[in-house]
Design a protein. Structure first.
Lengths: 197, 197
DNA sequence: ACACATCGGCTAACCATGATAGCTTTTGGC
DNA sequence: GCCAAAAGCTATCATGGTTAGCCGATGTGT
């Protein structure tokens, strides 16, 4: 049922998703939905959790076997494709209340950054800068994808080209940064936990 | 009245802005508002236009007398400050319908990019890449500011530091890009019109 | 076979909000 | 003081989220 809501949101826009609309889509009366979700807020959060997990899996699959700029490119493209093909789902993930750290949505949000964390392992980032770098990647590609999905880029210039240009910009910036001196004594950060940013 | 709506949106969040709430704030009954705006949609767009103009002026003032990285930093900080101090106004500017090119909101949106266009004149960007670079700056700082304003950055790590790190990343990326060969024969792009992206 | 708990649906009703119609009051120029 | 425009009001309606309380189907333990 949450999946049906997510599909409907992708079709008509997340802001236009109503309990009545979803009930109609399911061939059911509105109050029946309350046997499955606690209300619209609950529905929205479940769609968000679904979207975050789907995005993580898709992006994770896209970077398999890649590293460095290839991985960055693949991850960024996978995110962009996800947002363009599932704008409603993705919109559900914006502006969530994440204050309860063990809430399923907050966990999904934290885990959704794992692929980007993996991408950063292909660059020479000082351990103390890991959070900054992760926040940077997230901001950058979230920003592009949401503006593009919202029709914010006017003009004829190809957004595909702009996107590739942006990926190159980020790759160059990550490399141009003064490299950290040799290997730190402590073991490299392991992957057992995606760092929430 | 639009300004009162913008202030209220900053206080309670743009999504929570209602005609009834604004009427109460103004000490007036709801239908009276319809003598001034055509409806909620119209109110939202007017708030968006106000916000875009205010942001443009604030960012424009911040980059006066600066160039290169200083200008980039100043512009990015001014945008971030604007979003953090006026989250409701800024949220009104997201996802606007810009399909009518001579609509006041579309004009304000196009003009709002002028300061970033000016910042880019401090870098050696090939003319054909101007739109890409402008879209990049917009995506990057929009992304960071909206995620931060929405409480999306968890953890204790300072968002101030992350922001400065991001600005450096962009500056380095813009400089590391293979430089265009010498001066183009045509005159440098003038400032008389901000390029909508 | 039967009692019954559970699940998932229903109708009816309520409340908040956006919107419109039509009337009244305020106000400012003459 | 007159009058038209500006700005307010009450009354009313539609939509959408939500709750309460009821009903039928299903499946299980005795």
């Amino acid at each position: 049922m949450v999946a049906a809501g997510a599909d409907l949101a992708d079709e008509i826009g997340f802001a236009a998703l109503t309990m009545g609309g979803l009930a109609e889509r399911l061939g059911v009366r509105t109050p029946s939905l309350y046997k499955h979700v606690a209300g619209q807020e609950d529905l929205n959060r479940r769609i968000a959790a679904l979207a975050l997990d789907e995005a993580r899996h898709t992006i994770g699959a896209a970077i398999q076997g890649r590293a460095g700029r290839d991985a960055l490119r693949a991850a960024a493209r996978a995110l962009r494709d996800f947002v363009l093909t599932h704008p409603g789902r993705y919109a559900a993930t914006i502006g969530l209340d994440l204050s309860s750290p063990d809430d399923p949505v907050a966990l999904a949000a934290a885990r959704s950054l794992e692929p980007f964390s993996a991408v950063l392992r292909g660059y020479d980032i000082a351990p103390g800068d890991a959070t900054h770098a992760l926040r940077a990647l997230r901001s950058i590609f979230h920003g592009f994808a949401t503006i593009e999905a919202g029709g914010g880029f006017q003009w004829g210039t190809s957004t595909d080209e702009s996107f590739d240009w942006l990926v190159d910009l980020v790759d160059l910036g990550l490399r141009a940064r003064p490299t950290q001196q040799s290997e730190p004594p402590s073991p490299a950060p392991t992957a057992h936990r995606g760092a929430p940013s």
